[in-house]
Design a protein around this ligand. Structure first.
Ligand code: COA
Length: 346
C-alpha cells in the first residue's frame, strides 16, 4: 500500500508521510502472523543449511500472535517439522525480536539449547485505526528469521542490553488487544493510542543509552562498528540517533521507505536486505538497536561469521492473494467506519 493509496482513505499525502517518516509504502499480508513466520523460518533454515528436525527452540517475537493460547511459535514449529523443538512467543512490541535474540543466545550460552530459530513476525495491519491519520500510515506487515547455533568462536550476539523506560508505558498503547474484560461483553474497539513526539524523544534517548552500554561492555567505540541495523520506525529517529552517536548514515541500513515499521520483523528484514545487497561482509561488527511499546528498548553488538551467502534457497511459498490491497482491507475499513466501497475491485 503506497502513500498515494493511503491518501485515498485518509486525509494525508505522500509528501507529508515521506517528509515526516521516510516511508513510501508498506505491505499488508493476506496470511496470518504464523504463516508469515513459518515462511521466514523455512527460508532461514535453508539459508543456514540446518534441518528443522535439528532445531531445539522456535522462538517467535510478536505483538500480533494468532491467538494467545496456544502460542503461535508452536504452530510454526509443527509446520516446520521441528519435532524436538521447544516453542514459545515473546512480546515486547517492536523490540520483540531483539529481546528474543538475547534470550535465545543466553539459552545457547547456558547450554540448554544448541540450535534455535528466532523469528520476528507481525500482522499489525489488522490493528490500524483508519480514523487516526497520525498513526495508521506508520506500520506494515512482515516477517524475518535467523538461525543461531552454539559455537566455540566469538560470534553472534556478543553483548545485548535490554531496558524498559520508566513511566512511558502509555505513550504507545493498544487497549483491548488481549484478554481485557471487554471480551466478555463483546464490546471491543481496538485502536492504537499514540503520542508520537514523546515516543520519538524517549526512543532516541533509550536506544542511545543501550548502545552506550553494549559498546562499553565490548570495549568498542562507534568507530569500530562496520554497520548499524536499527529498528525502522521513523527515518528521522534513525538520523537523530546516528547524529547523537556521531555515526555516518552511509553505514546505516535503512529500509523503512519500502516496508514502514514492521515492528518485531523490522530488524531481521533489514538484516536480510543488507545481506542481499552485499552490505554484510565476513567478520563484520554490526550494531543493532530497537524500541517499542512499553517503552521497551535495547541494543546489541553482533559479530558476523565467515559465510554471507545462503547454503540453499528454500522454494517454500504462500499462495498469492488475488485482489487489491483495498479488497484485502475491506473488513478493516468497515470495522473502523471508513467508506472505501468505491475502491474495491469487486
Ligand atoms: C508520528 C510522527 C511521524 C509524527 O510526526 P510529527 O512531526 O511529530 O508530527 P505531529 O504529530 O506534530 O503533527 C504535525 C501536524 O501534522 C498533522 N498530521 C498528523 N498526521 C498526519 C498525516 N498522516 N498526514 C497529514 N498531516 C498529518 C497533525 O494534525 C499536525 O497538524 P497541526 O500542526 O495542524 O496540529 C512522529 O511523531 C513519529 O514518528 N513518532 C514516533 C514513531 C513511533 O513511535 N513509531 C512506533 C513505535 S515502535
Amino acid at each position: 500500500m503506497t502513500n498515494d493509496d493511503m491518501a485515498q482513505i485518509v486525509d494525508t499525502s505522500d509528501e507529508w508521510i515521506f517528509s515526516r517518516s521516510g516511508i513510501r509504502q508498506r505491505h499488508y499480508s493476506h496470511v496470518s502472523t504464523g504463516e508469515m513466520g513459518w515462511l521466514a523460518a523455512e527460508r532461514a533454515l535453508a539459508a543456514a543449511g540446518v534441518e528443522a528436525a535439528d532445531i531445539d527452540l522456535v522462538l517467535l517475537g510478536s505483538t500480533t500472535p494468532e491467538e494467545i493460547c496456544p502460542n503461535t511459535a508452536s504452530l510454526i514449529k509443527n509446520k516446520l517439522g521441528a519435532t524436538k523443538a521447544a516453542a514459545f512467543d515473546l512480546n515486547s512490541a517492536c523490540t520483540s525480536w531483539l529481546y528474543a535474540m538475547n534470550v535465545a543466545t543466553d539459552m545457547i550460552k547456558a547450554g540448554s539449547v544448541k540450535k534455535a530459530v528466532v523469528i520476528g513476525s507481525e500482522r499489525i495491519s489488522l490493528a490500524m485505526d483508519w480514523s487516526k491519520r497520525e498513526s495508521c500510515f506508520l506500520f506494515g506487515d512482515g516477517a524475518g528469521a535467523v538461525v543461531i547455533e552454539a559455537t566455540d568462536q566469538q560470534l553472534g550476539l556478543m553483548s545485548a542490553h535490554m531496558s524498559c523506560v520508566p513511566d512511558s508505558r502509555e505513550c504507545l498503547h493498544l487497549p483491548s488487544w488481549g484478554m481485557s474484560p471487554m471480551h466478555l461483553t463483546g464490546d471491543i474497539h481496538v485502536s492504537l493510542n499514540f503520542e508520537g513526539q514523546e515516543i520519538f524523544k524517549s526512543a532516541v534517548k533509550g536506544m542511545a543509552d543501550s548502545i552506550a552500554e553494549v559498546l562499553r561492555r565490548e570495549g568498542l567505540s562507534s568507530n569500530d562498528i562496520d554497520l548499524f541495523v536499527p529498528h525502522q520506525a521513523n527515518l528521522r529517529i534513525i538520523q537523530a540517533l546516528a547524529k547523537r552517536l556521531d555515526f555516518p548514515m552511509e553505514k546505516v541500513v535503512v529500509c523503512i521507505d519500502e516496508y514502514a515499521n514492521t515492528s518485531a520483523a523490522a530488524i531481521p528484514l533489514a538484516l536480510c536486505d543488507a545481506l542481499t545487497d552485499n552490505r554484510i561482509k565476513p567478520g563484520m561488527t554490526i550494531l543493532t538497536a530497537s524500541f517499542g511499546a512499553g517503552l521497551t528498548c535495547g541494543a546489541g553488538v553482533i559479530r558476523w561469521g565467515q559465510r554471507v551467502e545462503p547454503v540453499a534457497i528454500s522454494d517454500a511459498e504462500i499462495a498469492p492473494y488475488d485482489g487489491t490491497v483495498f479488497d484485502l482491507m475491506e473488513d478493516s475499513f468497515k470495522y473502523y467506519g471508513v467508506d472505501a466501497q468505491h475502491l474495491l475491485s469487486k
